[in-house]
Design a protein around this ligand. Sequence first.
Ligand SMILES: [Fe+2]
Length: 287
Amino acid sequence: MANVIDTIDKYQYWRDEKLAKSVSDIDNCTVEINKPEQLSTAEKDKLLTLCRYNNFAIFQTPQLQDYESKLVSFNQQLNLVDFDQHLYVKNQGLARITPSEQKDQAEFIPYTDRAIGWHTDGYYNASEHRIRAFTLFCVNAAESGGENQWIDHQMVYLLLREENPDITKALTHPKAMSIPEHKVAGVVRRKTSTGPIFFIDEITEQLSMRYTQRKKNINLYNSTEIKQAVKKLDELLNTNSPYHFSHRMHSNQGIICNNILHKRSAFTDNQASPRLMLRGRYFNQIQ
Ligand SMILES: [Fe+2]
């Protein structure tokens, strides 16, 4: 994809193609997978086509034995190989997202039963550790709640630019959003991360996004235009559009995506079988 931010005809061509080809019915975004460790050509084509125009696909597998290694090879067949060495990553890049009793882990909302607002994964990462794709696979659903919601971040850009190009211009400001450094006992664990909200990724040349709705953790650049643009962005996220998706994953279902915007509702577990999702985060995009 050429630079759709800076070149008006490239933007218009991309916009028209995206509006024509994106899919808004979730059933048409779901691919039945027979053997995740050995995708058929038709299965792989369908996943890639959905990810090309919608930036995500839902997949459904039979009950799997040894599901972790099968999911790793599923992801590898879609170019997801360079995984983020995140704090709690084990099995070849997959993290087990489940409520944790361990105090250090329970400080992070994903490892609780609480709701998580709109964000892209790794929004706080330095550009050399940019998350370009993530996958989630439901091993066990919560007793109630735990619904996922998502929207293609590129569609969000498109809708905002159509509303008013000044909004998207403000969101591409090189210092639009800063995440303060993270210190533990006086030691810097992660440096301050400053950058645009929408940008062209220099490796994939794709329109990409870093964002979180957790205003507590971020500083917006001190400009009225940027603050108003972020307000417009939040308003769009908090409404509903044909491009907003909402789905409660059940066992053996997953999502594979080019780091789209997503959120999660709070949930209640059956203590005997807590909600368990497997998550992979990658520096590659799906292809
Ligand atoms: Fe996330």
